[in-house]
Design a protein around this ligand. Sequence first.
Ligand code: MN
Length: 273
Amino acid sequence: MNILISNDDGIHARGLRVLADALSSLGEVWVVAPDRERSAASHSLTLNRPLRVTKVGPTWYTVDGTPTDCVALAVMGMVKRKFDLVASGINLGGNMGDDVTYSGTVSAAFEATLLGVPAFAISVAADRRVDFSTAGRIAVTLAELIAKNGLPANTLLNVNVPNLRPSEIKGVAITQQGRRHYGDIIVRKVDPRGKAYYWIGGKEPRWEPSEESDYAAVMSGCISITPLHLDLTNTGALEELRRWEFPWRTWEEAGSHQRSKPRTQKKRNSTAA
Ligand code: MN
């Protein structure tokens, strides 16, 4: 099995090494990771400057770009391998609920999914005294299960692991994205040269109580596995919006709805964001 590993905490992160060591028991592991921490890089792709790659080990590379850049480069041919699996992490800190949209860790797995490679993202839901070894073992089991069962189409697994020893893990929960109450604040300070700067901060996040959520599962000592896809459409809102009185003809009335052929996707390097 050819396995690609990336992350958003950067090439020097402890969690990356633990994941690479753990998955090397299953096959050949390649690491392509950002050269520095890129947490909260989301699904951003670098299109306005060249990307430089540095080989730092026989199968280890750093890129001066985002987690998405790393996976895109590796899967699209920089590494001469056909990958069977992409694993992203092990992230220091949980990637749950609404925060998933900011996550570089999850986005690396998204990029792999878009490129047709099965993928999962894995995070330890703690910031201090983090023990990655439990998540490393869980990653091996998951990789084996993905190889055996395959993944549903266009779907990646977002895995959050409590900061516990293997014997303390209560079980596994298939979960939904939770809802976070944002308490973020902007902190304004003045630098030594008298210029103002800002820092986005906030208190510990609070979460809406929900039995099915990723957060609830992790809080109860379970491994949370959330299947994610990139279709952000709120299908429940389609009908409500179609009842709005727009001053324009509908798509059907315009007569182009049934006849339209599926459009070919725009090229990535167009100016569209
Ligand atoms: Mn991170």
